[in-house]
Design a binder for this molecule. Structure first.
Ligand SMILES: Cc1cc2nc3c(=O)[nH]c(=O)nc-3n(C[C@H](O)[C@H](O)[C@H](O)COP(=O)(O)O)c2cc1C
Length: 315
């Protein structure tokens, strides 16, 4: 027997798409908070998610920063993991074969480097891997060839790195913007003009904390990236500004921990969203948010979630 609740859920369309990638729902797990996906296989029904972004990959493996690397703040978290990873080749050999066996899941590879050549080489290696839907370019790294300024904080460096990545990438390119800038709209536009197929934002804010007793920094690296609910209102504003500056789709993130947060980002202009720090508090957060979204849409008689993108009303 079919109940009216069944009919409602059948009519509900949570699917979204960007850069020719179709997602069954807009919820992606964010880079650095979901390992390489395989580690969450026993905890989360991966196929329930729109997809996930793997930990940032570089041309060679990296061991990351010394501990302490994490510190919980009011409504947030500081991290200075230092982009520890198994390297692009290690990912292709050790993780991707297993990921390819999991059906119906979109895998996005996050890429970073310290020079343009690093990004170029990492993408060239990953181009050989089957089953990667897109690249997400993390531009929040210091550009060692230009005095250590973040690629994503300088329009010229951003233009160069995105142009380079676009030239070598054989897949859609998502550029993940740094929030550590004066004008996110300007950076969004620069990334679009350099060839980005979509944008994702925001990465973490540079921040720090000090222990008053020991007078030592809470994080061995001294500065760290702030994430979690504390940054959400700024992230929503930045997504709104970026979405109004470009024609390409925007993927929003920063402090999302429940379905209403997803709706808020979509109303600000996001096509899809990513969930990061929430997975530290609850490893099943991504999956739970998908369930909550379904309930929210049913309660609010929304039949097609994608219609909410950019739907904020001023009056
Ligand atoms: C522990 C940790 C590691 C992260 N590692 C990466 C990374 O490797 N590459 C990247 O682009 N972003 C990385 N991020 C940033 C997140 O993907 C996300 O942009 C940010 O945390 C904001 O979202 P949230 O508030 O939901 O966590 C990391 C964040 C955390 C908390």
């Amino acid at each position: 027997m079919t109940t009216s609740a069944d009919q409602n859920s059948k009519a509900l369309d949570l699917s979204v798409s960007f850069a020719d990638i179709a997602l069954k729902n807009p919820v992606l797990a964010a880079s650095g908070t979901f390992g390489y996906g395989v580690e969450f296989e026993d905890v989360v029904h991966l196929a329930k998610l729109g997809g996930f972004v793997v930990k940032g990959l570089s041309r060679e493996p990296m061991i990351g920063n010394p501990p302490p690397r994490l510190w919980e703040t009011a409504a947030g978290m500081l991290n200075a993991i230092g982009l520890q990873n198994i390297g692009a080749q290690g990912f292709l050999e050790e993780k991707l074969p297993r990921l390819r066996q999991i059906k119906d899941i979109v895998v996005i590879a996050n890429v970073f480097g310290y020079t343009r050549e690093d990004y170029e080489r990492t993408i060239e290696i990953l181009n050989d891997g089957e089953g990667i839907a897109a690249y997400e370019l993390n531009v929040s790294c210091p550009n060692t060839a230009s005095g250590g300024l973040q690629f994503g904080s300088d329009p010229r460096s951003l233009d160069e790195v995105v142009t380079t990545a676009r030239r070598v990438a054989n897949r859609p390119l998502i550029v993940k913007l740094s929030p550590n800038v004066t004008s996110i709209a300007q950076m969004a536009y620069v990334a679009q003009e350099a060839g980005a197929d979509a944008l994702s934002l925001i990465n973490t804010f540079v921040a720090m904390a000090i222990d008053p007793e020991t007078r030592k920094p809470r994080i061995a690296n001294v500065t760290a990236g702030l994430s979690g609910p504390a940054i959400k209102p700024i992230a929503v504003r930045m997504v709104y500004d970026a979405a109004h500056a470009v024609k390409i789709p925007v993927i929003g993130m920063g402090g999302i921990s429940k379905a209403e947060d997803v709706i808020e980002f979509m109303l600000a202009g996001a096509t899809a969203v990513q969930i990061g720090t929430a997975s530290y508090w609850d490893p099943c957060a991504t999956e739970k948010i998908v369930d909550e979204l379904e309930e929210w849409c049913t309660e609010h008689e929304i039949s097609r979630l994608a219609d909410l993108t950019g739907g904020m009303q001023l009056e």
